[in-house]
Design a protein around this ligand. Structure first.
Ligand code: B12
Length: 206
C-alpha cells in the first residue's frame, strides 16, 4: 500500500488527475484499506508538502477534489452489513471545513449497518443538537482538525449533554493529535483515532 500511496501522491502533484484515479480504482485491495492506508496518508502528505511550500494551494485543492470524487466511487465497494436500527449523526465543529475524515467515518458506519445522518462541515452546535433531538439519534460524532476549533466542540458536547436522553457523544480529528485524554476532556464519551477504530468501538458498545 505504501507504493500505491506514493504513486497516487506523485500523480496528484504532477496534476494527472485521471492517472491518480485510475491507480486507485484499478487496485483490488479492500476498500477500508484504500481509504485508511492510501487516501488518508496521501492527504496528510499533501498537507505537509503544502505547509512546506513545496506545492501550491491549487495542487492541494486538486488532490482534495480528486480524493473526494474517488471516495464517492469507492464507497460502492463497501459491502453493506445488517441494519442495526441505530442512528448516528456526524458533523464537524462550527467553523470547521475539514470534512473528508468524517465522510470516511460515515462510509464505514453505513457499511456497518448504521443509519447515518451526515451533516458535514461548518455545523453550529445548536443546529446539531436540534437535529439530534428531532431524529432521536443514538450517537453524535463530532470532528475538529484545527486545535482552534476545540472550544466549539466543548460547547457542542455541553449542548448535547443537556438533551433528554443524551446521545452517546464521540469526538475526533487531528485537533487532538491522537491524544485520547485531551479529547475526552471535552466531556465526550468516546474518542477514536480513525474510522476503523471508531467503527470497532461502536460495534462493542451497541
Ligand atoms: C484538504 C485540506 C483542506 C481543505 C478541506 C476540504 C474538505 N472538504 O475537507 C481546505 C482547503 C478547505 C482546507 C482549509 C484549511 N486548512 Co487544511 N488541510 C487539508 C489536508 C491537506 C487534508 C485533510 C484531510 O482530509 N485529511 C484526511 C482525513 C481522512 O484525515 P482526518 O481528517 O485526520 O480524519 C481521520 C481521523 O482524524 C479520524 N477522525 C476525524 N474526525 C473524527 C471524528 C470522530 C468522532 C472520530 C471518532 C474520529 C475522527 O477519522 C478520520 C478517518 O480515518 C490537511 C492535511 C492533513 N494532515 O490532514 C490540511 C490541514 C488540516 N489544514 C490546515 C490548515 C492550516 C488549514 C487552513 C487554516 C488554511 C488557511 N490558512 O486557510 C484552512 C482552515 C479551514 C477551516 N476553516 O476549517 C493544517 C492544520 C494545522 C493545524 N494543526 O492547525 C493541515 C494539517 C495542513 C498542514 N500540514 O499544515 N484544508
Amino acid at each position: 500500500m505504501v507504493e500505491l500511496r506514493q504513486r497516487y501522491v506523485d500523480a496528484l502533484v504532477a496534476g494527472d488527475q485521471a492517472a491518480a484515479v485510475r491507480l486507485v480504482e484499478d487496485s483490488d485491495a479492500d476498500v477500508r484499506s484504500l481509504y485508511l492506508d492510501v487516501l488518508q496518508p496521501a492527504l496528510y502528505e499533501i498537507g505537509h508538502r503544502w505547509e512546506e511550500a513545496e506545492i501550491s494551494v491549487a495542487q492541494e485543492h486538486l488532490a482534495t477534489a480528486t480524493t473526494q470524487s474517488l471516495m464517492a466511487r469507492l464507497a460502492e465497494r463497501f459491502v453493506g452489513g445488517t441494519r442495526r436500527g441505530r442512528k448516528v449523526l456526524i458533523a464537524c465543529a462550527d467553523g470547521e471545513l475539514h470534512s473528508i475524515g468524517v465522510r470516511m467515518i460515515a462510509d464505514f458506519l453505513d457499511a456497518d449497518g448504521w443509519d447515518v445522518l451526515f451533516v458535514g462541515a461548518l455545523s453550529p452546535s445548536a443546529a446539531v443538537a436540534d437535529l439530534a433531538r428531532a431524529q432521536a439519534v443514538d450517537v453524535v460524532a463530532l470532528s475538529a482538525a484545527l486545535p482552534a476549533r476545540v472550544p466549539e466542540l466543548v460547547n457542542a458536547v455541553r449542548v448535547l449533554r443537556a438533551l433528554e436522553p443524551p446521545p452517546v457523544i464521540a469526538v475526533g480529528g487531528q485537533a487532538f493529535a491522537g491524544d485520547a485524554t485531551r479529547a475526552l476532556e471535552t466531556g465526550a464519551d468516546l474518542f477514536a483515532a480513525d474510522a476503523a477504530a471508531f467503527a470497532g468501538q461502536l460495534a462493542t458498545r451497541f
